[in-house]
Design a protein around this ligand. Structure first.
Ligand code: SAH
Length: 473
């Protein structure tokens, strides 16, 4: 029974589990299935894990398709890791996300829930991202159909696109991506075409050589377009020629940077992007707040839904102008700044020092003078002396990364016992775990999922917690 490489046939897919894996029940077991299937499909699954109560595997054959399936709009669907849920109507995607939040909060959190508000869908289901990063590779990924059509003569050709999931050295050459508005496709395709024509080398990740490495494009709702080209080493003549060609072909670019990355990894965090054209950053707006975004700054990737998310957060905080608000995991301070006019004071905390520099600059740019930002680990910074010095919080807003909050921080929040906590999460599983601990002192008052990433399984969820009446001091 526990053997590997077992194929189970004719399994009806019934739902979704965490991380976008499809789910089926078979012989009293839960099976988690990867590989582009959706509820209603009947599939054969090759198991990679086979435990007593559950198994995991990949769909190797689809016998019949769900009648709810629709035709994906992107030519790269199925190979690209980007928008794996395109075969489902958007309304159905939202249903599964809503379900997922309820499942997690009830099953992992074992929480008593108020009626959940319906998930707020994205008005833009295409072209909703404000930032994309493409990778250059000297080895394009070829689909099975391409390989077959080539009759065994497989050429090695360069690519500029997205990494293929699980294949670290292969990049899918992207022609049209629907995640961001034009001119993103024009920018990427212009650079690729020029580079191939002029025989500029694309990076080889195995050999750690080649010139062109990454291309980052940011498009703001203000119309500003920032492009950062990452190259392995300086080659002034080719660099200037390529960047000039790009500016000439795409005059809408407002800031063009290049970054030299001789390291093994792709992170530009410890590197120094150089401005080739423009002011070196872009400006984005949420309501009438302006945010300065540099090539290394973090900003919510869906601006429209970012605004929706922050409005829900501000709403849940229920501010009247007299509150001391803490903004934990504040990034570049955007939530804190967004709520600052309704608060007496905002205290933001964030691990990355550069983000705190941005937060301070953003606050100044928006004439926010009641917000202070501190760099460091929330677990270290949030001690009694810090709260005593900056004031007992009336509302704590927390927006941790996918891993959720450190248990030490959760315990500290239980000690501090602010009347309200607004928990913004990009991972309902870890949120549920944290809420279960906070349940000792807090009840869940409101739950509002927000969809930031159509056609993906990712969910953002905002929860309002209120201190229990009988614990009020
Ligand atoms: N609230 C922000 C950013 C949320 S992303 C926004 O809406 O834009 C989560 C942030 O938590 C990241 O900026 C990350 O750098 C920060 N972070 C991760 N671990 C941390 C820790 N232990 N202490 C403080 N900040 C941390």
């Amino acid at each position: 029974m526990r053997k590997k490489n077992v194929v189970i046939e004719h399994v009806p897919v019934s739902g979704y589990a965490a991380e976008g894996k499809a789910l089926a029940r078979h012989d009293g077991k839960v099976i988690f299935i990867e590989g582009g299937v959706m509820p209603g499909d009947i599939v054969d699954v090759r198991l990679s894990k086979n435990k007593k109560d559950w198994a995991e595997g990949k769909a190797v054959h689809i016998h019949s398709y769900s009648d709810k399936r629709i035709t994906p709009f992107c030519q790269h669907f199925g190979t690209c890791g980007g928008c794996k849920w395109q075969m489902m109507p958007y309304s159905l995607q939202l249903e599964y996300k809503q379900q997922q939040v309820a499942d997690h909060l009830q099953r992992i959190g074992k929480l008593e829930l108020p009626p959940m508000s319906p998930i707020l869908g994205s008005a833009h289901t295409e072209h909703y991202r404000n930032k994309l990063e493409f990778t250059f590779s000297n080895k394009a990924y070829l689909t099975n159909e391409e390989v077959r059509a080539l009759n065994g003569e497989i050429p090695v050709r360069p690519a500029l696109g997205f990494h293929v999931p699980k294949l670290f050295d292969k990049v899918l050459d992207i022609q049209t991506c629907y995640l961001m508005q034009e001119p993103v496709n024009l920018i990427r395709n212009t650079i690729r075409e020029y580079a191939i024509q002029h025989e500029l080398s694309f990076y080889d990740i195995r050999l750690q050589e080649g010139w062109l490495r990454n291309l980052v494009v940011r498009l703001c709702t203000t119309g500003e377009i920032m492009v950062n080209l990452v190259i392995h080493h300086e080659d002034k003549e080719n660099r200037v020629a390529l960047l000039d060609h790009l500016l000439k072909t795409v005059p809408a670019i407002t800031t063009l940077l290049y970054t030299i990355n001789p390291k093994k990894n792709d992170s530009i965090f410890d590197l120094d992007p150089k401005v080739y054209f423009g002011k070196g950053y872009a400006e984005e707006k949420l309501e009438d707040f302006v945010f300065k975004i540099g090539p290394k700054s973090f900003f919510q990737t869906n601006t429209y839904q970012g605004e929706v998310l922050y409005k829900v957060t501000r709403d849940f905080a229920g501010l009247t102008g007299s509150e001391i608000v803490y903004d934990l995991y504040c990034g570049t301070g955007s939530i804190g700044i967004f709520v600052s006019r309704q608060a007496r004071k905002v205290v933001g905390i964030e691990l990355i020092k550069e983000a705190i520099d941005d937060a301070r600059e953003n606050a100044a740019m928006n004439q926010v003078d009641n917000a202070e930002f501190f760099a460091g680990d929330v677990v270290d910074i949030c001690d009694d002396a810090f709260f005593a010095h900056h004031g007992q919080p009336d509302v704590i807003i927390t927006d941790p990364p996918r891993a959720g909050m450190h248990e030490k921080l959760v315990n500290k929040l239980l000690e501090i016992a602010a009347p309200k906590i607004v928990y913004v999460s990009c991972n309902p599983a870890t949120q549920a775990r944290d809420l279960a601990l906070l349940d000792a002192l807090y009840t869940v008052e409101k739950v509002q999922p927000v969809d930031m990433f159509p056609h993906t399984h990712h969910i953002e969820n905002v929860v309002l917690l209120k201190k229990r009446e009988n614990n009020q001091q």
